[in-house]
Structure formats: structure tokens, C-alpha cells
Design a protein around this ligand. Structure first.
Ligand code: 2YJ
Length: 266
């Protein structure tokens, strides 16, 4: 994801239940279920003491970021809190409080770490697999052609997940070498050299990091878009025309939590 801005996330602490209900209507799963589907683990409700640490390095703290992550984790039953201190002092506070999982982000990396062992979950990977699993919940991807836009960490993880699930994955990235590298990790995925005509695809996972470049004329009504990328690639007119599975922070964060638990409980 690009660096989030406060207006991307300020609604999160008060909207988790309503948004999860909407997500469930779109995908047939709650976000916790989508995360578990993405990770291929049984549905569960682990309650782990979880610290969220504000980080001031680089461009600094984003207003409501830590509070939003905390609200997302509390929504799925984690015993989550935001540390009063930031950075290294925040880390010390988290350990002193007995946190088993720790979430923190700077300008480049958003990750969760487990204090009990050398386990971590990266937001790029977690977001990619979870938005792939959400698309699968919505349309059952096996044997369907799915266009994956963007072959960074999110798009590559999504492409591999969909390929493993039996989808016919078509990958596009303006940097052909990136698309080829992502396709090499898949059993069957194919690579496009030129920018695709989006209207030819019914199912699109868009992991591109640029906002507003897909307009209403570019899309067909009824196309299902699963879009982890921030800012949102579709204009508001395009978003109204399609079925859009999109959230800025929620599903990736939930999946990072479950990914840590999965590793902790081996
Ligand atoms: O603690 C804070 O409030 C800030 N340091 C949060 C920074 C959040 N980071 C971002 O939005 C980065 N773009 C994260 C990149 C993750 C890549 N998957």
C-alpha cells in the first residue's frame, strides 16, 4: 500500500461491524473467515494480548493509524491495545505488558511480530492472499480466468494463491520482468506484455498502487474487482459500476494477526 492518509482510515474505529457485514454480503465470509481461508487454516478466535506501537520515524505518525489497527484487532476478539509510548520505548512497553503479538509500521513496511519466537507477518503477503481468498469467496475462482494487475508483493502473493486454487491467472505489470518473476512462482499463470483491456475480464484482482486510473468507460458492469491497493484505482463512477471488494487496512491487518497465530501454534 502507499502511505495511508488520515481520511483513508478515520472511519475504521466506528465502522468495523457494519463494514464486516457488507464484506460478508459480498464474499459470503466475514473478514476473519476470509483471512483463515487465505491462510488455509480452520476458522478460529484466538485471544492474544496484542500491542500496536506508533512509529515516528520517516514521515511520522499517521493520525488514527494505530487506533484503527487496534480497533480492527479488537473486532476479531484480540486483546489489543495501543502503547502510550512510541518506537523503542513502545516496544519496551509492549514486552513489559506481556504482549504476544506486536504490530507496527513505518513508511515502507507494515508488519506483525510474535514475541514468543522468530515469527512475523508482512502486510504485503497477508493482504495479497486475503484479497485473493475474498475474491474466491465471492466467485469461486477455480477454472476461472482472473486478471491480476500489479506484480509487487501484494499482486505476487495474490497470483500464487489464485493459481494454487486452480484459477487461470493472467498477470500484468508495466514492468514485464516483475510479472514474469511472479508468474514463475505459479504453476500455470500467464503474463501479458501489453496493458490489458479490462472489459475482457470478469474477475480482476488489482494490486496497483496508483489511484483513479480506472474510469467507468474502462469497466464492464458486473465485473468483480478485489482491490487491496491504496489509493483506490477506480474512480467513484467506475466503482459504482462494478462489484468492488476493497478496504484500506482491515483485511490485511486481520490476516497478519492470524498469520502470526498460525506460526506461533505451528
Ligand atoms: O505509526 C504510524 O502511525 C506510522 N508510522 C504508520 C505508517 C503506516 N505505513 C504506511 O502506510 C506504509 N505505506 C506501509 C507500507 C506497507 C507495505 N505493505
Amino acid at each position: 500500500m502507499s502511505r495511508l492518509i488520515p481520511t483513508d482510515i478515520s472511519h475504521i474505529p466506528t465502522s468495523m461491524q457494519a463494514y464486516d457485514a457488507e464484506f460478508q454480503k459480498q464474499t459470503g465470509m466475514t473478514m476473519a473467515q476470509a483471512a483463515c481461508h487465505g491462510l488455509h487454516i480452520p476458522e478460529q478466535s484466538p485471544v492474544k494480548k496484542t500491542a500496536v506501537i506508533p512509529v515516528t520515524s520517516g514521515l511520522g505518525v499517521i493520525s488514527r493509524f494505530s487506533e484503527s489497527v487496534c480497533a480492527i484487532l479488537q473486532h476479531i476478539g484480540a486483546d489489543a491495545f495501543v502503547t502510550g509510548k512510541t518506537d523503542v520505548a513502545g516496544l519496551q512497553e509492549a514486552y513489559a505488558a506481556g504482549a504476544e503479538v506486536i504490530f507496527l509500521a513505518d513508511d515502507d513496511v507494515y508488519a506483525a511480530f510474535s514475541t514468543g519466537g522468530a515469527w512475523q507477518s508482512d502486510n504485503g503477503f497477508a493482504t495479497g492472499i486475503a484479497f485473493a481468498a475474498a475474491l474466491d469467496g465471492a466467485v469461486s475462482c477455480a477454472e476461472k480466468k482472473v486478471l491480476v494487475l500489479g506484480a509487487g508483493p501484494v499482486g505476487s502473493a495474490a497470483a500464487k494463491w489464485l493459481d494454487d486454487a486452480g484459477a487461470q491467472v493472467v498477470l500484468y505489470d508495466p514492468l514485464l520482468e516483475k510479472a514474469k518473476a511472479a508468474a514463475e512462482k505459479c504453476a500455470h499463470a500467464t503474463v501479458l506484455c501489453d496493458a490489458p483491456d479490462l472489459k475482457q475480464y470478469g474477475y480482476i484482482l488489482d494490486a496497483t498502487p496508483n489511484g483513479g486510473w480506472i474510469s467507468a468507460e474502462d469497466v464492464t458492469e458486473g465485473t468483480v474487482f478485489s482491490v487491496p491497493g491504496m489509493p483506490l484505482s477506480l474512480t467513484s463512477e467506475a466503482a459504482e459500476k462494478v462489484t468492488l471488494i476493497h478496504n484500506p487496512l482491515e483485511l490485511g491487518t486481520i490476516t497478519m494477526y492470524y498469520d502470526c497465530i498460525r506460526q506461533m501454534e505451528g
